[in-house]
Design a protein around this ligand. Structure first.
Ligand SMILES: Cc1cc2nc3c(=O)[nH]c(=O)nc-3n(C[C@H](O)[C@H](O)[C@H](O)COP(=O)(O)O)c2cc1C
Length: 470
């Protein structure tokens, strides 16, 4: 548990994972130039703390999640696999058969207690700021429409059920106290907003920045609509997230936030054009209409650090965030698809363009069942291409995947096309948010599958040969 972003920075420093930059650097383009190089360094380089940001009084932290090690440090585990293993244990828990098992189950139940956030704390961000220019908000790329907050936790409530949502949606700065909110069509924040529009009610919105790094990670997690991201944070931390009441609306924020922006969206106000923005697709997303966020109060804690990231041509910091999410939620996928062995979202596929999944194939056309199932699961619906391989393939080794893909497919027999909702950032779809999908069955073929000859064995050395070689 980190009490602030400052504490996490100290942890990164002690672990040799932080570079401090003391010379004055401009948040307009200069930070991107330095951070982009760092993110492209082997294994994600180091986190960068810009201590002297031109025009702003707060330091800026970037690339703090940008390696498998730093994500593990942010989540407070030796390895993200630890979390996946524990979650698997909970999801597959059977009644205890021994005293030892009963104790283990009790421990699990104790951990789950922490999912409920605790309320009534005082927020550490108390210093009122006049406007957004106090923050070192980056203009990331030359053709960006302006400065963008890139790691915000946007907190809203469903006006019907009161369920909280925390989503990471970028915010383009319009003026000192106004930004856009880029919640895309299919995201929960956008659904809340559409409902406020139907009800013709002003929508309270609060944005938290910083605090315990587990929080921003959870804001990116693809949780189902209705599940509070702060519950996931409490589960991961084994300690309830402590919340404080906002001053100008009825929402709550993590008490250890570094910055808090309280405000509202007015459903009567017309949308305006947000963007362009150099996006994680590696291309600029072109302007699209989004609502404006009116900020009524901006506060900072005394040791506040402004968290930021950049997206662009992969690999970038967000690859590690996405990979950790996939790893943590793999046991959940396996509940629905026990045949799934592993899933990888290669960096080049920027999340939604390419998913590689290995399966324990049991019957003819099994791969097709898995493709259709994945396209129907939450944010997996955005996946443009799914490649299914056999269980013995390491999906994280792109060379191995390519070898099986090339060797095992007959294009006409093994490719299927489908259609469905697409990532709104995908510039290649014919219309925004809808496109075609490709499924490739690169598994070995069984006798019940049409147009197949006898399938040959894969070349592998046997025990005799291996022994002879010593
Ligand atoms: C660095 C980063 C920036 C993101 N920016 C946006 C964004 O601007 N708009 C958006 O809809 N999703 C964005 N996402 C993805 C969402 O955070 C993600 O889909 C999340 O699960 C949405 O939460 P929700 O299901 O509660 O809406 C971003 C993710 C990351 C890691």
């Amino acid at each position: 548990m980190y009490g602030s972003l400052h504490e996490f920075v100290e942890k990164l420093d002690a672990a040799g994972e932080l570079k401090r930059i003391r010379t004055a650097v401009d948040p307009v383009l200069e930070i991107t130039t330095i951070a982009d190089q760092e993110m492209k360094a082997p294994s994600g380089g180091q986190a960068l703390l810009f201590e002297n940001c031109r025009g702003a009084k707060f330091p800026l932290l970037i690339n703090a999640y940008g390696s498998h090690r730093r994500i593990a440090l942010a989540l407070g585990v030796p390895d993200v696999a630890t979390i996946a293993k524990e979650l698997h244990g909970i999801l597959t828990a059977k009644p205890p058969a021994s005293f030892k098992e009963a104790l283990a189950l009790l421990g699990t139940a104790m951990d789950l207690r922490h999912t409920k956030p605790s309320t009534g704390k005082v927020c550490a961000a108390t210093e009122e700021l006049p406007g957004l220019s106090a923050l070192p908000i980056q203009q990331c790329w030359p053709k960006d429409a302006g400065r963008f907050l890139t790691l915000p936790m946007v907190i809203t409530r469903d006006p019907d059920t009161g369920a909280r949502n925390v989503g990471m949606y970028r915010m383009q700065v319009i003026d000192e106290r106004t930004t856009f909110l880029h919640w895309q069509l299919h995201k929960t924040g956008a659904r809340h907003w559409r409902r406020y529009c139907e009800l013709q009610k002003r929508m309270p919105v609060t944005v938290a920045l910083g605090g315990d790094p587990v929080l921003a990670f959870c804001a990116t997690a693809p949780l189902p609509d209705g599940i509070d991201e702060f519950m996931l944070a409490g589960y991961l931390r084994k300690k309830s997230v402590e919340l404080a009441k906002c001053q100008t609306n009825d929402l709550e924020v993590p008490a250890n936030s570094d910055f808090v922006l309280e405000g509202y969206v007015d459903p009567q106000e017309p949308l305006a054009m947000e963007g362009p923005f150099g996006d994680h697709t590696g291309y600029y997303t072109l302007p699209e209409p989004y609502p404006k966020f009116h900020i009524e109060r901006i506060t900072a804690r005394c040791d506040a650090i402004y968290p930021s990231t950049i997206v662009g041509i992969p690999p970038m910091e967000d690859f590690y965030i996405g990979s950790a999410s996939v790893q943590i939620f793999l046991p959940v996928f396996k509940m629905t698809f026990p045949e799934i062995v592993d899933i990888a979202l290669p960096a080049e596929g920027v999340f939604h363009n390419l998913v590689v999944v290995s399966i324990r194939k049991q019957f003819p056309y099994h791969a097709m069942k898995v493709m259709h199932g994945l396209w129907g699961m939450g944010q997996m619906m955005f996946t443009k291409m799914i490649v299914v391989v056999d269980e013995d393939v390491n999906v994280h080794d792109t060379r191995e995947v390519l070898f099986r893909l090339c060797a095992n497919i007959d294009p006409q027999r093994d490719l299927i096309f489908s259609k469905g909702p697409a990532d709104v950032l995908d510039h290649a779809t014919p219309v925004v948010g809808f496109g075609s999908k490709l499924g490739i069955d690169a598994t070995h073929k069984l006798s019940g599958e049409a147009n197949c000859r006898t399938w040959p064995p894969l070349i592998q050395m046997d025990a005799t040969g291996a022994k002879a070689a010593g």
